[in-house]
Ligand binder design. Structure first.
Ligand code: NOJ
Length: 808
């Protein structure tokens, strides 16, 4: 009886707990002395063995011996023969360059017909027949568009990220793309920065788990498979911390924070075998990343053992001149010597390296090493043996692919609020009996923006909008009004048809002739309905992604006015937020009973939102970052450092008095997030038991630098409501006494668990060196005698606690 119960429990545990340990390879240094442990250690990380196999190396060396200087430099050059996302090297004749062996890589060339065209020239006309590697920004799907990465992070489901990467890889490879510029794993804690939507959010633990999954999905642990693509983890490093959230700005941070927080997800991607790394536009502590030997050589190669190649970001080598660290030849030399192997569209390696190598200013071996790294990836991908893409129709979003996109989009939605309304109860899920529904807002029927900010080949014609999906379900019970534009009318008119990253998409919305009239009409529509659904957000093409920083975080255009006008009708309102960054939702949270954060959901936007609104899908998403009360709180994140004068609770609502003055607070706003990290409601309720720990006290001598668990935290979670649901259990720790102050809370485990009504599951979390260590003042990973407070619950506000002591 007892044995049976144990066996059942262990099956449940292995099914439900996301053991990150499984995915990690053993570190080289498995056993060490206590003194080494105490001073920390530098681990040689797992590498991508495929890139350094004897066979690949032999082929690389043999080829390298035959190459001229010009041919070597050609391998380090990448140009776009498609759209441009920055200044571009103009007037180039790509056919000629490829035939001369002067162009080793291209980006933004999509479709087998186009890629094969250049590949035939490379293979048939160039002297050494070295294939081109074709790269593209495949960020959240290719033809089948998925929710943007930040939304996928809200699923807290690495398997979902892996699936998106897998589907994307298949579709991209069929389009001649062997290399995708993803995953972007920059820790992002400031939503003024538009690129936050491409990130996994604010937390290094969650982001690292997702980084591993994205890489696995793209590369499948085997680059030579015909449907694998090389991934590129980006942007190395710390791009998410640009000062004031302004894109391309400088980054200034301590090495301790860099290592403890920002480097973690890139490292996870390298450990997962990522084949390439992209540099970031920013400088870090005064040194531009693209010419930063500390990042690109010391950390990436020497400490982590990365053995793929590094590509610059777009024109970043050329733009080093703007960083004022030298003239063109100098900055190109600095970039190459620092470890940037390929120059994306910067047009400097092509033009200023040769003379410097000839004169000995750049050692030949530096160039050879860069070429070697690039060739290794080309060999590992099998490009020399299978250079062409089988011509054929591109993948289209089939019903099966759509079903996957819809399911994943459903998992990403976060129910922020669902308060009961007098006489109605909880507004969500909407009752099947609802008579008339008013769907209002500029994103309700905007196929283009619902796709999300970074879709190159996504076609808005494939997108099912909210209006289409709800119309199908409700027929003439659905009333619709656009209400207002996403931007002021003059901007909408000026931007119509403008896209920045896309080959097929074009803005579909028309500027409204009279916006005030349109809002008044929407109010009339709401008055006729039992419930109003507002689909509001921001324009993804113009206000999200690269070069889309903001100083305010409200709804764009006249949307706030529209929202207030509809709320003023007294009709129950459900707000669906279709913005992929945290917006300032304070007014909405105070006046709207139900709020669903739906991000940019992609091709199946309409059905995914509809399923959640009507309860066919029970929302399970949790915020991967903190939503602010006011933009002035940014950068806002839960894992704050402690300070000497902590505010006791949220004070801003209290009358000012002398006792509450001299503490770490804002005079006009609470410190806390409006919706905290990890937050997300469900249509059911989950009840947690108090967590228990199997080893509450561990002597230092038992601690080793390996991945073995030192203690296991267990909790029972029950679905105490009446519908099935999925909960994301989260484990947080606080190191209460360390030689370097530690955050007030840190995520160190999570698990998605699906429960039938009444069902209970026993969930365990392993804590070992990986979870408990921190960087000491000497910048070494270490564990010291201390007590860890441990909480398990459904958000970063979890209160059910246990603890773990580390003793001498
Ligand atoms: C610039 C962006 O920063 C980067 O993310 C992207 O991959 C390249 N351009 C290529 O388009």
């Amino acid at each position: 009886m007892h044995q049976e119960a144990t066996a059942r429990n262990s099956i449940r545990v292995s099914e439900t707990v996301y053991h990150l340990l499984e995915m990690r390879k053993p570190r080289v240094l498995a056993v060490c002395s206590l003194s080494l442990l105490l001073s920390g250690a530098i681990f040689a990380s797992a590498q991508n063995a495929q890139l350094t196999s004897g066979k690949v190396n032999a082929r690389v060396e043999s080829l390298l011996r035959q190459m001229t200087l010009e041919e070597k430099i050609g391998q380090t050059v990448q140009y776009s023969a498609g759209f441009a996302t920055g200044p571009s090297a103009s007037n180039l004749t790509y056919d000629e360059l490829v035939a001369k062996g002067s162009l080793g890589s291209m980006l933004n060339v999509v479709g087998s017909e186009r890629t094969n065209h250049y590949q035939h020239i490379a293979m048939e006309k160039s002297r050494l027949h070295i294939p081109i590697i074709f790269g593209l920004d495949v960020i959240h799907g290719h033809h089948t568009t998925f929710p943007v990465p930040l939304a996928i992070a809200a699923s807290w489901d690495p398997a979902a990220a892996e699936t998106v990467a897998r589907v994307s890889a298949e579709e991209a490879r069929a389009d001649g793309i062997d290399w995708v510029f993803s995953p972007m794993v920059d820790i992002a804690r400031d939503p003024r920065w538009g690129r936050i939507i491409e990130s996994n959010g604010e937390d290094p633990y969650l982001s690292s788990a997702l980084a591993r999954a994205w890489v696995k999905g793209y590369q499948q642990g085997d680059l030579s498979r015909p449907d694998s693509v090389a991934a590129s983890v980006k942007h190395f490093a710390a791009y998410g911390a640009v000062i004031a959230g302004r894109d391309y700005n400088a980054v200034d941070m301590s090495e301790l924070t860099l290592r403890q927080v920002y480097l973690k997800p890139y490292h996870a991607a390298v450990e997962a075998g990522v084949a390439t790394v992209m540099t970031s536009f920013n400088s870090l502590n005064g040194v531009p990343s693209t010419a930063n030997p500390f990042l690109l050589t010391q950390i990436l190669r020497n400490e982590w053992g990365f053995n793929g190649f590094v590509v610059s970001d777009w024109a970043a080598v050329g733009e080093l001149k703007n960083h004022a660290i030298g003239d063109a030849p100098t900055v190109a030399r600095k970039a190459l010597e620092a470890g940037t192997d390929m120059d994306m569209e910067g047009n400097l390696y092509a033009t200023v390296l040769a003379d410097q190598v000839r004169s000995g200013k750049i050692p030949q071996k530096v160039l050879d090493e860069a070429v070697r790294r690039i060739l290794r990836v080309k060999f590992a991908l099998g490009l020399f043996d299978h250079p062409y893409t089988q011509p054929g129709p591109a993948y289209t979003p089939t019903p099966e692919r759509r079903a996957v996109a819809r399911k994943i989009a459903g998992e990403t939605m976060v129910l922020l609020k669902n308060d009961p309304v007098e006489g109605v109860g909880n507004l969500l899920p909407l009752s099947a009996k609802v008579k008339t529904v008013a769907l209002i807002g500029p994103l309700a029927d905007d196929a283009f923006d619902l796709q999300g900010a970074w879709t190159v080949t996504g076609n808005p014609a494939d997108v099912i909008t909210l209006k289409a999906a709800l119309g199908k379900r409700l027929g003439d019970k659905l009333l619709y009004a656009r209400g207002c534009g996403l931007l002021p009318a003059k901007d909408e008119a000026a931007l119509k048809g403008v896209t920045f990253t896309s080959t097929t998409s074009a803005a579909s919305t028309e500027a409204l002739a009279d916006e005030q009239q349109s809002i008044a009409e929407a109010v009339e529509v709401a008055r006729k309905a039992d419930v109003a659904i507002l689909a509001l957000g921001e324009p993804s093409n113009w206000m999200e992604g690269e070069a889309a920083s903001r100083t305010t975080l409200g709804f764009t255009g006249a949307q706030q006015q529209l929202l207030e006008a509809i709320v003023a009708t007294g009709k129950p309102v459900v707000l669906v937020v279709l913005a992929a960054r945290p917006l300032e939702l304070k007014w909405a949270a105070g006046h709207v009973p139900a709020i669903l954060q739906a991000w940019s959901p992609g091709i199946e936007a309409g059905p995914a939102v509809e399923n959640v609104l009507f309860g066919d899908v029970n929302p399970s998403g949790k915020l991967p970052l903190s939503f602010p009360r006011a933009v002035g709180q940014e950068p806002l994140y839960y894992a704050q450092s402690p300070n000497g004068r902590p505010a006791d609770g949220d004070l801003s609502h209290m009358p000012l008095n002398a006792q509450q003055k001299m503490v770490s607070r804002y005079m006009d706003e609470q410190n806390s997030a409006l919706f905290p990290f990890g937050w997300g409601l469900s249509y059911t309720r989950f009840t947690y038991s108090y967590p228990t720990i199997d080893h509450a006290q561990i002597p230092m001598r038992n601690i080793a630098l390996d991945h073995k668990p030192l203690a296991t935290v267990s909790v029972d979670v029950q679905n105490s409501g009446s519908v099935a649901g999925t909960e994301v259990l989260q484990l947080y720790i606080r190191n209460t006494s360390a030689s370097v102050e530690q955050p007030v809370r840190e995520l160190k485990g999570f698990s998605r668990v699906t429960l039938a009504p009444g069902e209970t599951k026993h969930v365990t979390f392993a804590l070992g060196f990986d979870e408990l260590n921190f960087y000491n003042a000497a910048l070494k990973e270490t564990i010291e005698p201390t007590t860890y407070d441990i909480w398990v619950g459904g958000s970063s506000l979890a209160t059910a606690a246990t603890s773990l002591k580390i003793v001498e």
